[in-house]
Design a protein around this ligand. Structure first.
Ligand SMILES: Cc1cc2nc3c(=O)[nH]c(=O)nc-3n(C[C@H](O)[C@H](O)[C@H](O)COP(=O)(O)O)c2cc1C
Length: 185
């Protein structure tokens, strides 16, 4: 698949199964990620590649986060939270490790990591790997950031779920660029 085709046809794959991407494919995704635009060359992106046992550790973090928010959460709710870490054979956590009080504002640094995530999604699509960008409460939890090895100032940008699509990819939405064009006032 050529890049323009990937750019104009990419869709997410919400339901994923094994096998996940190979080590070689993960390396390609990460190489694509670190070619994202980056104001000031601050290189704010950090990636944690989770597979196998590490996904169970992410499940533990998800449960700890739930219990912080809802100390009375019952076993069923805990199991549901834990299962969110097991919905794909591979998850890449993308974090913006930001530099504060810099002429490049924090929001630009976070956007650079967003661009890195999109690069990974497009590369995954070209390689035939299903991908789904997720965030949710775990992206803004200081407890989760600490358990992932980051500081409160940093921003979890994506839990990028990767694997083999469990069903056919959805069809493209009927959007047209014209719907999003505005004229100067
Ligand atoms: C920053 C960001 C965070 C997202 N977080 C979630 C999420 O937590 N859960 C979810 O179902 N979709 C989330 N999405 C949306 C999906 O990844 C996906 O883009 C959306 O379902 C549209 O599907 P498409 O990518 O095939 O157009 C997020 C997207 C972005 C850009």
């Amino acid at each position: 698949m050529d890049t323009l085709t990937a750019l104009t046809t990419r869709v997410s794959a919400p339901r994923l199964q094994a096998p996940g991407p190979s080590d070689e494919q993960i390396d390609i995704l990460l190489r694509a990620a670190i070619r994202a635009p980056d104001h000031g060359l601050l290189r704010p992106w950090r990636f944690i590649v989770l597979q196998d046992r590490q996904l169970e550790q992410l499940g533990d973090i998800m449960v700890a986060n739930l219990l912080e928010q809802q100390p009375d959460a019952d076993r069923r709710s805990q199991d549901k939270a834990r299962s969110k870490a097991l919905r794909a054979p591979t998850i890449i956590v993308a974090v913006a490790e930001v530099t504060e009080d810099h002429k490049v504002p924090v929001w630009e640094q976070v956007l650079a990591v967003g661009a890195a995530v999109q690069n990974m999604m497009l590369a995954a699509y070209e390689l035939g790997i299903g991908a789904m960008w997720r965030t949710g409460a775990l992206a803004n939890s200081n407890l989760a950031k600490q358990q992932l090895g980051f500081a409160d100032k940093d921003q979890v940008v994506a839990y990028l779920y990767l694997g083999t699509p469990a069903s056919g990819l959805k069809s493209l939405p009927d959007d047209s660029p014209a719907d999003f064009i505005r004229e100067l006032p």
